[in-house]
Ligand binder design. Structure first.
Ligand code: SF4
Ligand code: SF4
Length: 337
């Protein structure tokens, strides 16, 4: 009997092709994983599975979304995370400053990053041992097409994988949105097509510049066995770094100082204490708190401040048009060390 046709270009020793998406809650990695797995199973006849790992499942927390494929005649498994991905997808480049995301990526691995930087710059920023780095400015494409960036990244994944069927993936995208959001199908397909073609990539051989980083499971310092009885958690709900910039999806609130009356409405509305003030005087010489600007480290881009400001001193603008570091006014007391 003739051997069954092999659909996957390569497999690990367990017989799987694996993709790991590193993201922030709200950017759509979970949905991207689901769509990709559906395209593989329903559109291509592969065995496939998608599962995810996340914390409190709210916007702003780290999310890992896993996709695993096997040949149609090989049983799939979903009870272990993807440790050595064939493709690693980084949904927000800001994440690389706080997490080592390239764990388990070997010399044949592909790393897709949402960034406007070049593959050479990204390889150094990631300190990547070896492999192929693909850079796609997914957030710019998503803003231009008025969609989330996940469908753009799906386009890049399809092209980079060399085996994911483009039409199967487009059908899975359309199927996902058709019931509740049919009006956004066309824009998401456009974003997908742009992700499929608008990227740059480069392959790096192991050259000794950076070391291979094996996968390791993080173990929290405190758990049910060693947390002190009656202990107090001083920063509930906060990440260690308190850096929310990866939660933004392409837009920032832009502060226009000339129009600001320092009325304080934005301060009351902002859920994350982003506004930075100093003591000053009003035009009559009376003491007054003056708004200096925004500390974007804490800003998740919810735009509540823009909605509340009556004086047009805050406007929604495209983040990529600014050097956010240069326009940030730092909170002295909460600065990231
Ligand atoms: S709401 Fe507008 S005018 Fe008032 S302090 Fe904030 S930015 Fe200034
Ligand atoms: S968009 Fe405005 S209200 Fe929302 S977190 Fe940023 S500064 Fe605060």
């Amino acid at each position: 009997m003739a051997a069954a046709k092999q659909l996957l270009p390569t497999k690990n020793k367990s017989g799987f092709y694996e993709i790991r998406m590193e993201s922030i809650g709200g950017l759509g990695a979970n949905l991207a994983g689901k769509i990709l797995a559906e395209a593989g199973v329903l559109g291509m006849g592969l065995n496939g599975v998608n599962f995810a790992s996340y914390g409190s499942e709210k916007k702003g927390t780290p999310v890992k979304s896993f996709v695993r494929f096997s040949e149609p005649d090989f049983e799939i498994r979903s009870n272990s995370p993807v440790e050595e991905p064939h493709i690693l997808v980084i949904f927000h480049e800001k994440m690389i400053t706080t997490h080592v995301l390239t764990q388990g990526v070997g010399k044949d691995g592909i790393v897709i990053v949402n960034t406007s930087r070049t593959p050479d710059q990204m390889r150094d920023a990631l300190r990547l041992y070896a492999g192929t780095v693909i850079c796609v400015d997914a957030i710019r494409i998503a803003v231009e097409e008025k969609v989330k960036l996940n469908t753009t990244l799906l386009g890049t994944i399809a092209k980079a994988s060399g085996f994911v069927d483009k039409d199967a993936l487009k059908s899975a995208i359309a199927e996902t949105f058709k019931k509740k959001y049919p009006q956004i199908i066309d824009a998401n397909i456009r974003a997908f097509e742009r992700g499929y073609s608008e990227f740059t990539g480069k392959t790096f051989a192991p050259d000794g510049r950076y070391e291979y980083v094996p996968f390791s499971r993080s173990v929290p310092d405190l758990g049910y066995e060693n947390a002190p009885i009656g202990g107090v958690i001083l920063n509930p709900g906060n990440s260690v770094q308190k850096d929310l910039s990866a939660s933004r999806t392409g837009h920032i609130p832009l502060f226009i100082k000339d129009k600001c009356t320092s009325c304080g409405e934005c301060e009351i509305t902002c859920p994350d204490y982003c506004f930075v003030w100093e003591s000053g005087v009003d035009k009559h010489g009376r003491p007054k708190r003056i708004l200096l600007g925004i500390d974007y480290q804490f800003c998740k881009g919810c735009m509540k401040c823009v909605e509340i400001c009556k004086f047009d001193a805050l406007k929604k603008d495209i983040e990529a048009s600014f050097d956010v570091g240069a326009i940030t006014v730092k909170h002295r007391e909460f600065a990231l060390k």
